[in-house]
Every structure is written in C-alpha cells, then in structure tokens.
Design a protein around this ligand. Sequence first.
Ligand code: 26Q
Length: 754
Amino acid sequence: MNGSVSEKLTQLCGKPLERATDREVYLALLRLVEELAGQRVEPVRGRKLYYISAEFLMGKLLSNNLINLGLYDQVRDCLERTGHRLSDIEELEPEPSLGNGGLGRLAACFLDSLATLNLPGDGIGLRYHCGLFRQKFADGRQTELPDPWLTDEGWAKRTDTVYPVELAGTVYQARLYRLAVTGYNGGTNQLNLFDLDTVDESVITGGIAMDKTCVDKNLTLFLYPDDSDEAGRLLRIYQQYLMVSAGAQLILAECEARGCTLHDLPDYAAIQINDTHPSMVIPELIRLLEQRGIGFDEAVDIVTRTCAYTNHTILAEALETWPRTYLEQVVPQLMPIIQQLDALARTRSDDGTTAIIDDRGGVHMAHMDIHFTHSTNGVAALHTEILKSSELANFYKLYPEKFNNKTNGITFRRWLLACNPRLTGEIESLIGPGFKQGAGQLEGLLPLARDRAVLERLGGIKRANKEDLARWLEEKQGARVDPAAMFSIQSKRLHAYKRQQLNLLYLIHQYFEIQAGHMPPVPLVSIFGAKAAPAYTIAKDIIHALLTLSAVIDETPEVRQWLQIVFVENYNVTAAEKMIPACDLSEQISLASKEASGTGNMKFMLNGAVTLGTMDGANVEIAQRVGEENIYIFGQSSGQVIHRYDAGDYRAREWYDADPNLRRAIDFLTGPEMLARGSAESLGRLRDDLMNSDWFQTLPDFNAYLVRKGQALADYAHDPLGWQSKCLTNIAKAGYFSSDRTIAEYDRDIWHLG
Ligand code: 26Q
C-alpha cells in the first residue's frame, strides 16, 4: 500500500480520524479492504472451482479481512492513536448469518482456505435479506425474529449482471452481487450471491411469517423459509432453482469468456455441490448445454466430469426427496431431463433403491448426485465408512471409485488468530509464526507438554478469556458467572441427535447430588448456545427445560454456588468467537453414528479445550490424534448403535425402570420445582419422549456420561497442571483439522485446480 494506513484512512474519511465518527471510520475501512482485496485478484488459468451452497455462514468480515491483508495491527494501533477502538467499530458491522450451522460455516471456512492457498475458487449462493432468525428468550421459551442484515453499505456489491430464470412459467431476473473473499497472505476470490430486485421486506407479516404467495417479493427474504406447509416447501424449490440456474449461467459465461467451447467444460470448471440443496444444477446444466447444441449423452458426460457431491448427513429425514408434482409445478423444464436421468440410472442397476424417481413419485436428489457426478464424499472418516457400509451401500457397490473421504476442517485465521489473540501471541512466542499458514507446525508445542511455566501461562490465558466471556455474558444478558468455575460448553444447533437433553439430565442429576451434600470437585458453569428450527417441537421443549432448570437453580442458593446454567441467547458466529476461547470442557455428545463430522469440536480443541465426547464424527479422529489420556470418551460405539437400530429392540422404558438416577432426573422434569416456573405441556412432552421413545438413545449413555464427566471435573480440580498439559496437547494436535489441509485434499483428489 502506498502511504501509511493512517494517511489512507484519513483520505477515505475525508477528514482527520480524530474528528471522524466510528461509523465514518467503519465505512473508510470497508473501502480500504475493498481496494486492497481488488488488487489481489488474479486472472484464472486452467480449472476454476465453483462451490455452490445454500448457506455461507460468513460471520463478520472486517477483522478477518484486516488479518488476511496483514493490516490488523496497524489499523488497530492507528485507530487507538486517534481515539477509536477497533472492537467498537466491529460492533457496527451486522453479522451475515446466511446459514444454519456446520454446513454453512464449513463453506465459509473453505472460501478462506481457497483464497489463502491461492486456488481459484468462488462461492455461489443466495443473497437472503434475512439470515437465520434472531433468537429471543421470552418466558423461558425461544421466539424467532427476523434478522435483516443488509444495509446500504456492506461487503456484497451489486453488479450489472442479471440472468433470466424461469420459475413456474414466469421469467425472473436474477441479479448478481459479489463479495470479495480475501486469503491470508494470499489471493482474492469472490462469493457470488443472487437476488431479485423485486424482493420486498414489507411482505413479512410478523416474526418470521410472511405472505408466501408472491414469489417475486418473497423469494430470497429468508434462509429456509418455514416449510411446514406446501407453499413453504415449494418456496424452497424456487430458491434452489434460482441459485442453480443463475449459478450455472454464470459458470458457463465465465468459462466461455476464457475460451471454453463447452465440450471442454471440465477443463475449465469444477463444481462442488454442497449437500443436496444445489443438486438441480445437474439437470440445469444439461438443459443449458442442450440449448447450446450439445446432445444429451455428451451433456451428461460433461456434467458428470465437472460436478462432485458432498454428503453432510446420515439422518434419513434430512435427505431431500421432492414430490415430482412439486418439481413439475416449479421447474417443468427440468422434469423431462430428470426422467431421462432416472431412465439412465435404471439401466445401470436393477436395484430399485438406486433409482432417482421412486414408485411413489419421490425425486431423490442425493441419488441424482451420486449417479451423475464423479465424486461423492463424506466429511469425516467414520461418516464416509457408514455411508459406504450402510446408508449408501447400494451405491458404493455400483461406484466404489467415486466414494472418498474429506475430513472437515476450520480456518485457523478466524478460529485462532482473530478470536483468540492471547493464545495466538503465546504460540507465536513459543514456536514462531509459521503455524498461521502451516498448521502442522503446532506440533512443535508438544515438547512443552511438561513445561511448568508454559502450562501456567496457558492457564492464565484461559482464565483471562473466561473473564472476558463472563463480562460479555453479564453485559449481554445479565448472567453473572464465576471465572474460577469450570466452563463446559455445548454450542451447536439444537437437535435431538446432538443430545443437549443428555447434558440436561446430567445437570438435574447434579442438582440432586448437591442438595444431598455430594458436592462436585469444582463449581461448574454449563453454557449452551443453540437455535431450534421453528417447527421442531421437541428441540424447543429441550430449550424450555434448560431455561427453566437454569431459573430453578438460580433460585436455590446452596446449589447455585456449585452449578449454573447459562443459555446464550441468539448463538451465532460472533457469539461463538467469544465462547470458544473461554471453554474448558467441550461437549461433543451426539449419539455415535449420527454426527457426520462436527466442526465445533475442532474449534474448541484448537483453543485448548478438552473434549468430552462420544466416538462419533470427527471426534474419532481427534481421539486418535490426542490419545486417550487427553480426551474424555464415553458411550456406545457407532457399531452398537447401528446394531440396536437394526435389531429394533431399544426400549427407553426399560432403562428408565432400571436406573433410579435416571428415573429421578426424568421425573424431575414434571416435578413441582419445574412446574412452578415452566410449562406442564412442554415439560410433560419431553419427559414422555425420553421415557417412551428416545429415538437417539440418550438413556443408555447416561451413566457413562455421568462417570466420564465426573472424572473430567476431578482431574480439572485436582491436577491443574495436568489439565493444562491436556489442553496443550489438544492445541498441538489440532493442525490436521485446518481447512487448508481439507482444501488441499479436495484439490488433489477431486478438483485439480489451476
Ligand atoms: C433438508 C431438507 C429439507 C429442509 C432442510 C434440509 C437441510 C437443511 C440444512 C438439511 C441439512 C442441513 C444442514 C446440515 C448440516 O449443517 N450438516 C452438518 O454439516 C457439517 C459440515 O460438514 C458437519 O460437521 C455436521 O456434522 C453436519 O451435521
């Protein structure tokens, strides 16, 4: 950059920084980043990646961009000299919450790593006007409010590019918005987001409800519009097709501009389909290629060689199957192609289970992906093995060469450098700065696992981060917690398979134990962050139970000194960045076989938390790396769980009847203390579900969870240096979970970019 940061910012502000408002400084910083990011755009040679995803959970971008451009320290110091604080300016930036959880955050981490590795790779998605709903607690329940995040200024820039997209016979104009994605000491890529000019926030009728009839006004208003009725489900198809049709047109236009004849499309483009939400890109590309004079067979071959598919879930109910009548209504132009693809798929196997269109007229998006892409990957070793051996076994038999694993990763720039400057500084002083781009270098910390001075400093850093979190919790929601307590954190989407209810039962158990005079070895602050899908009743019941229990404990002084529950309202990326550096015990307690990978587990590990978890998803690979003395594993194995499902012989009631601790905890849900504050209907429904159904087998793991967690608390209390040594080992072994490694593997095995 010519001139100093302060001269440049002064010029962009049009006045001395001392006299500029924080808002003016913020706008100047936006422009500075844009200008510098623009200078790093390189012309693309060879193959370029398009990562198509319904979600990009980017989080705030200012600090990350400054870090990636190497400007963070200079800007922070310059602002301090002129009476501003970078942290205040960060507050002005709205968080783009264009995602639910793991899958969307993974897409954002991948964009960071692509740019960092100087690989040509852009994102394609939708410019939702409201991100995931804003969660508010009222009367111990979750309520949902819209989360409008667009402002006149912001990262996503309107372009003059529009593509026609035909939906249910009407042609709409999809406008392209572009957001620069900077890499750490690397290049700049783009996130391409599509929107309609006609979308109108005034059709929101209250909360997150809206008039679902006028597609031109509501199409991109919400990420995941409520799909409990048919209009909502149709709207999802409208959204998906807008994304893939505009995206496919963009891809073809860019490739043609670089000299591609379309016959050679796979030499110019690699398309990664992020779960099944963008799967219609397959028939859409075939349609566009046919329109341009390419025959069906060749078009299928071109598309198969260009596209690859990632599966993120084993839950059967999350595998998208659309009634063909919906597709006939919204995208009639695709139906003949989907039918031809189905016919072709049926020639490859007699096995009806691999068909695209089933006997009941359901269109299986994942099946179309596996047949007509060249690669299907799972997101952790265990997940990929389960896909191959059970969920997708029939496909694996058909196409063994297509299946591969790409264990997820996270960007260390956001999840260490930006969110935990204290720890970053300490690591740098111990092993130098190389780990920021070469994550494997963190292993250089291992020889220090017995170094008392280092371990004490690590303990001090964690303590300071916990004090920061405590201050934030008090300011944000009036929760007062003692940083000397152990902080256990379970933050992730609320879902029965993730088993926040197991943690709940533990906390009730502890409530009884403390009242009986059996004190834990150290006070525990149990922190949750989670949003429940608006129509997911049991998930909301779990939130209600936790909030109610939290109030019960707060009003019981003899328990409160030992046990506290804090439920962080509106958990999002910004909240995660405050919580993760302050965690002692990372709760990763899904039912084995159900969590495809998890990525929160990696973020906590990198920030020096010890995992309490099941052998599920990437926990398995974490355990392998840190060794059993540096992780608390408990519970049934995935093999046992799958066996129990196959046998169909799990009866929650038998576990309830057999274990008095379990019975006491479950009955407490509808006991007088809880009913004095909570809803009999909601708590009763949860108790009934746990006793009589418990689809995700919480009860069989309860006792093992109690024992393991008790061990973790005791180790933490009685051997603080030993605990810090576990933390250090976790940090040192986190390098494998850098998304730089994941992206390098995708490139090596699937994309072959540049
Ligand atoms: C499907 C059909 C209809 C409506 C919605 C959906 C739907 C929406 C979102 C299905 C799935 C999702 C999101 C899934 C997700 O976030 N999966 C997570 O992906 C992470 C990244 O790979 C993994 O680490 C997590 O284990 C996985 O749960």
